[in-house]
Design a protein around this ligand. Structure first.
Ligand code: F7E
Length: 328
């Protein structure tokens, strides 16, 4: 019998890598998505349409799919946007987790089945950090409506574990990027712009806080950690990180340097891209994940910047051919 996985947010960056990872392991993969219009869709998986902010058919989906494992990745995940949409973010990213946890709990009670649950918790929860590097025991100090919603969802996951004995885990993932990263996040915004600048398709790049430091890893490495958490004998919470911290400036150095360009010739600092409150410095300690799960990252910071830049250079070359032929 194939094992069955259900992934919320299946068409996002992590959902698409996790789908490929689980299909390789011969899982039957189902996903929940609010719409068909964007994102990555794998034809070897099955999509069910539901909105985490509504939740009316989540229980029906869980009852019909009968998953062995649920990976809850769906969220309003853009930190800056969460300042403009605080209530929507609380509803989707925060209460959305309760909706899916409750659907699983009712399904378990009704059928006697056991379902393992993964919650996509975030390093943004550390916010105004109280120690560095951050571990599973570092206190949270969220600095955005997004981070507040994630803290709520983190505790709700632990609450379902403690109250009902649910096999529920939090993966506290630090920033993880790839060529599939959305274009509104800083790494992809930079690699895409640098490639377009290299080919004369763009003249400048407008960014916000260049001093922010993040612990950036490769999304493809991080989905393996999600799976490992659900294969362990006990449910628990784990930091997943690269163990290195770099500033936005250093990411610019890597990307523009890879293209033999100097970013200072093109980058314009624009107040539009600053946040009302910023997370200045994140640096994760993944020692527990290494010790207990045997997990460690494979792609380095430099490799990550180069993989993303090379991908966007290929895309920019295609765009340039079309532009040269007058096709928009
Ligand atoms: O910003 C600075 C910005 O939007 C990184 C999400 O996946 O990871 C992500 O959250 C840093 C911030 O990611 C621009 O101020 C400067 O300090 O790429 P980001 P994030 O906010 O760290 C965590 C783990 C999540 O859970 C989230 O869902 O870069 N920055 N200039 C900029 N950021 C953006 N987006 N755009 C700029 O122009």
């Amino acid at each position: 019998m194939k094992r069955v996985a259900l992934i919320t947010g299946i068409t996002g960056q992590d959902g698409s890598y996790l789908t490929e990872f689980l299909l390789e392991k011969d899982y039957e993969v189902h996903g929940i998505s609010p719409c068909t219009s964007h994102g990555f869709f794998n034809h070897d998986s099955t999509i069910h349409f539901a909105d985490l902010a509504d939740g009316t058919n989540l229980r029906e989906i869980v009852d019909s799919v009968k998953p062995d494992e649920v990976y809850h990745l769906g969220a309003q995940s853009h930190v800056k946007l969460s300042f403009e949409l605080p209530v929507r973010t609380a509803d989707v990213t925060g209460v959305g987790t309760t909706r899916i946890l409750n659907a699983i709990h009712e399904h378990q009670q009704h059928t006697g089945r056991q379902v393992r649950f993964y919650q996509a918790s975030s390093s943004e929860m550390y916010g105004k950090i109280v120690e560095s590097p951050q571990t599973e025991t570092t206190p949270f100090h969220p600095r955005s409506p997004y981070a507040c919603a994630k803290v709520y969802a983190y505790w709700q996951t632990i609450n379902y574990r403690e109250a009902y004995g649910m096999f529920a885990c939090n993966g506290i993932l630090f920033n993880h990027e790839s060529p599939r990263r959305g274009q509104a996040f800083v790494t992809r915004k930079i690699t895409q712009a640098a490639a377009r600048i290299k080919l004369g398709l763009q003249k400048e790049l407008r960014l916000g806080n260049l001093d922010a430091k993040r612990d950036w890893g490769f999304a493809g490495d991080y989905v393996e950690a999600m799976w490992l958490m659900l294969q362990h004998s006990e449910p628990d919470d784990y930091v997943i990180a690269s163990g290195e911290t770099h500033s936005v400036r250093e990411f610019l150095d890597e990307v523009f340097g890879h293209l033999d360009l100097d970013w200072q010739d093109y980058v314009v600092v624009d107040p539009e891209f600053f946040r009302p409150s910023e997370v200045d410095h994140l640096h994760g300690d993944f020692g527990k994940a290494r010790r207990v799960l045997g997990w460690e990252p494979k792609v380095s910071f430099r490799e990550l910047a180069q993989i993303m830049t090379d991908h966007d250079l290929v895309a920019a070359k295609k765009e340039k051919v079309l532009a040269d032929h007058g096709v928009e």
